[in-house]
Every structure is written in C-alpha cells, then in structure tokens.
Write a protein that binds this ligand. Structure first.
Ligand code: NAD
Length: 528
C-alpha cells in the first residue's frame, strides 16, 4: 500500500497546507497544460496535501530549453550579483521559517526540530558559498612549463546546465543546497524532486526566485524518476544525484554513456564506536541524535554501534533508558524529538527488518513496535542486541529508527567491524578527542565525527562530504562541491623560447640542452 491509500477518499476537509499556497507552488512546475496530476499526502494522518503535474520527457526538454537561454545571461553577470542573490536567500529562508517548516513537516511527517535542521543547512550553505565562491572560482596562476617563460593560468567555466535529482528524506536542503554552488558558478539548474515531497522543494525554489534568481534559470519538473531521469540526463552537462545506491548505479551508467560528470550521494550502514574513555552522559545524548534524528531516515545516521567491553554494561542501560523516554508526536509544535516515518513503504521496510531480526533471535532492548495511536506511520525508536549475519538488517541499510548494539573487546575489534561493510558514508566515535581523532583516520568513511553524531562533519561546509565504496561517487561541500560544476581550462602563454626545438638548432643538440635543463630543474624543487 502507498501513502496515497491512507488518504480519506472524497475528503473535503482542508489539508495540512493552505490551498492557495498549494496552487501557487504547483504552478511553478514546468509542464504543458493538461498533464495528469500526482497527489502527495501527509504522513501524520494521510490527508491530501495537493497535486503537482506528472511531467513528461517533453516537459523536461522544455525546462532545459528555458534554463539554457537564462544560463547564457546569468553566466555573463558578475559574481557579486550572483552572490547578492544567495545572501538575500539566506535571510529569506530564516525569516520565512515558520511557513517553510510547516510545509516540510506536512510532507515528511518529521519532527519540527528535524525540519529546522534542514532549514539551517540551507542558510549555512547559501552563506558559505556566497562568501567563498570568488575564492574557489578565481583564475589561478599555475607553474608553467618553462619557469619565467610560460605564464599558465587555470580558469573555471560553468558546465552549462546541471540536473539535480533529490530524495524525500531531506527534501528542503537536498533540493537546493547542491544547486546553490552550481548557480554561483554560473550554471542553470533543472531539479527533479522526489514524488513524495514536491511541495517542500517548490517552496525552497520559490524563495530563490524571491531572492532575485531569474525565474527561468532554475526549473522544476515533477513526476516519477524512472520516467524523467533519462531525459533529464540526456539534456544536461552534469548530474547531481542523492538517493539509493540502486538508483545511483542506473544514473552512473547513463551519465557514463553520455560522458558527462556526475556526483552520487548514496546510502550507508554507518557505525558508531564507543570506547571506554568516552564521557557517558554526552555519549548517550549523542547516540540518541545519531540513531533517531529524522526518525533514522538520514543517510548519515547510525545503524550499528560497537561498544567497548569496559563501558558496555554502563552505557547500554543508560542509552536504553533514554531512548525509552524519547518524545514522539505528530504536529507542528516543538516538543517532539522524533516524528513519523514518511510513507507506508518506508514503514513496511523498517518493520520487516525488525521482525526478521527478532524472528532470528535478536533481542529488543526497547521499541520494536508501530505506534498507530500517534499516527499511521509511527514506529518506536528501537534498540537491538544479538544481531547476527543471517539477519537482513545486519548489513543492509534500514533507513529507519533502528540500531544494533554489539560488545567488542577493544578499539581494534571496533575498527575492524566498523570497516566490514560495502558502504563508507559516515562514522561517529566517542572517546577522548585525541584518541578519537586517531581512530577516525582508520575508518573507511567519507566523514567521521568525533564526539558528535553527524552534524560536526556535515556542517563543516568548507570540507568535502560524501561516501566511499557503495556510498557514492564525488563530494559535496568545500572546493569540490563547487568546482565539480565547472570545466577547468588551462591557458598557457609562451614567451621567448619555444618549448620545442629552436629554429636552426640541430635536433640532437636540442635534446642535449633539454637534458641539461631537466637535470637543473630537478635540483630546484622550490620552483614547482
Ligand atoms: P531513490 O533512489 O529511490 O530516489 C531518489 C530520487 O531518485 C527520487 O527523486 C526518485 O524519483 C529518483 N529516481 C528513482 N528512480 C530513478 C531512475 N531510474 N532514474 C532517475 N531518477 C530516479 O532513493 P530513496 O529510497 O527515495 O532515498 C533514500 C536513499 O537515499 C537512502 O538509501 C539514503 O541513504 C540515500 N540518501 C543519501 C544521502 C547522501 O547524502 N549520501 C542523503 C539522503 C539520502
């Protein structure tokens, strides 16, 4: 059953969003008149939110055509002008936060604090790239072929058009935060948000227009990824994808055939390591956020925890007691620490993982049950012990509020088990800062947080974020997160002597002179 089936049929009661807002946002989608509509529903109670067009390949082509025309003008504008748009956007997102949080919660069923986390991330990304784009993009002098005689400069040109395909779990920030550096670098963007959360993405884009972004430069198409993915990839110069590893492989193949660049931010089975010298109280609080923020529907959240023997019997009861006390609630007030799951599919997947583990002998220390009294898609935060290889959740991503605890002899065993996975997205280590930082470099994940769950590394926007192994290709954030949307170009101006043989110089003599010159250069590494 999909979430759609939860909706009361023939309802005339107002949905969780103002109909005028729903209408205004749906009108931002690039679609020919008369397209079929696709509905989205509120996870809290199944109420109808609204409908957006189910776009076609023709709509994608039209969106690309419009964005391409706008991009030529946008790329010719100064970086200062583009920066001013992003700084206004930063302020607008914060000013309008009540409405943005309402829409995000209506479509995802997440707790307000989790929606706020997304909103803050959008503001931070806009500020970071607005303030650093000039540094990342400016033409830079490079060591020339011949010292003093070759003046070599590296330029960064916009790719042209960037496609963004985003998921439902962080539908606000993942719809725009990867687009912000692409836009600052002079590109146009065509976004395809997940079918379950189009209104959150449209809200984020509407604020970009209000901040001064040319309307045609950022296009949105809505509908099924399986229908729109191929035409989107066919008409862009770069594709930014966030979603599952399975879809990431399909996209990688298509981008490969077209020889265009892509970034894929994919799934994870992220480990947490608790060593004996960890601060117990802080670790318990950190672990709660690490495992249950956004109801565990977070690519960088923790699903496996390795706890050193010497602290296991103190940590586990304290953690379980705290998880059992977590506040779960529907609604737009701030008291809930955890909200609903997003869809019936997601709910079924989480329940199937827990039921399979329990049937094969795992022990439930707390949670392990649906909570229909709170809403149709609520599931308790769940802590398991005794998880073994034959259980699906041992190695597969659950993407829900479930964590498996394992006792380990020491840090060496914890590191070995943490690295025993095909994924490599995020890890969290709790220990003294020094020891934690040492252990961190031995973990094969793109980000490692020491004495923090996930936010320290994610929100270090100046540093790259992404996955190793099956967790992804490429990085967002930092220099990598903007330069990937550019074509590097090397311009070398040669003065005086040519690089090849000089006119009139016998070729053998040329080789002798060059050999002597190369030997000399090796003795002058300071010139590199
Ligand atoms: P998904 O791959 O099913 O969907 C993601 C997006 O891809 C949606 O917009 C969907 O419509 C589109 N899509 C689906 N099939 C497509 C196709 N054939 N061609 C083109 N587009 C297609 O992912 P999901 O299950 O909805 O999202 C959850 C997954 O995303 C989890 O595995 C999670 O770990 C991952 N994720 C990763 C990050 C990260 O930064 N690494 C962040 C958030 C989520």
């Amino acid at each position: 059953m999909s979430t759609a089936e939860l909706a009361p049929t023939g309802t005339t009661t107002p949905g969780p969003m103002d109909p005028a807002l729903v209408h205004r946002l749906a009108a931002l989608v690039t679609a020919a008149p008369g397209r079929p509509r696709q509905a989205s529903h509120a996870p809290f109670d199944g109420a109808l939110i609204g409908e957006v067009p189910a776009c076609t390949a023709e709509d994608v082509a039209e969106a690309q055509r419009r964005a391409r025309v706008a991009q030529a003008d946008w790329a010719a504008r100064s970086l200062a002008e583009r920066r001013a748009v992003m700084l206004r956007y930063h302020d607008l997102v914060l000013e309008r936060q009540e409405q943005v949080l309402d829409v995000t919660q209506a479509e995802t069923g997440k707790a307000r604090v989790s929606a706020f986390e997304e909103l803050a991330d959008v503001a931070m990304t806009a500020r970071y790239y607005a303030n650093t784009a000039a540094r990342h993009l400016r033409p830079t002098r490079r060591q020339g072929a011949l010292p003093l005689l070759t003046r070599t400069v590296q330029h960064h040109h916009p790719k042209g058009l960037v496609g963004v395909i985003s998921p439902w779990n962080y539908p606000l920030t993942l719809a725009v935060s990867d687009a912000i550096p692409a836009l600052l670098a002079g590109n146009g963007v065509v976004l395809k948000p997940d079918s379950q959360t189009p209104f959150t993405a449209l809200m984020a884009v509407e604020l970009l227009y209000e901040a001064g972004l040319p309307r045609d430069l950022f296009q949105v198409v809505t509908g099924a990824g399986s229908v729109l993915g191929t035409p989107l990839i066919e008409g862009v110069e770069y594709l930014m994808f966030t979603g599952s590893t399975a879809t990431g492989r399909i996209i990688a193949e298509q981008c490969g055939r077209r020889l265009i660049g892509f970034s894929a931010e994919l799934g994870g089975k992220n480990p947490m390591i608790v060593l004996a010298d960890a601060d117990l109280e802080k670790t318990v609080e950190g672990a709660v956020r690490a495992c249950f923020a956004n109801s565990g529907q977070l690519c960088i959240s923790i699903e496996r925890m390795y706890v050193e023997d010497a602290i296991y019997d103190r940590f586990v009861p304290a953690f379980v007691e705290r998880v059992a006390r977590m506040t779960l609630a529907a609604g737009t007030t701030w008291e809930a620490e955890m909200g609903s799951l997003v869809s019936r599919d997601q709910f079924d997947a989480v329940r199937a993982h827990v039921d399979d583990a329990v049937a094969k002998g795992a022990r439930v220390l707390t949670g392990g049950r649906p909570r229909p009294d709170l809403g149709p898609l609520f599931y308790e935060p769940t802590v398991l012990e005794g998880v073994t290889e034959e259980m699906a959740l041992c190695r597969d991503e659950t993407f829900g509020p479930v964590v498996a605890l394992t006792r380990v002899a020491d840090a060496e065993e914890a590191i070995e088990r943490a690295n025993d996975t095909e994924y490599g997205l995020n890890a969290s280590i709790w220990s003294s800062p020094r020891r934690g930082a040492e252990v961190a470099t031995r973990i094969r994940t793109g980000t490692v947080n020491v004495n923090e769950a996930y936010a320290a590394a994610w929100a270090s926007h100046d540093a790259p974020m992404g996955g190793m192994g099956n967790s992804g290709v490429g990085r967002r954030h930092g220099a990598e997160g903007i330069l990937k949307y550019t074509e590097p170009q090397t311009v070398a101006v040669q003065r005086g002597l040519p690089i090849g043989p000089m006119p009139g110089l016998p070729l053998e003599r040329y080789a002798t002179v060059m050999t002597a010159g190369l030997k000399l250069l090796k003795r002058a590494p300071f010139l590199e």
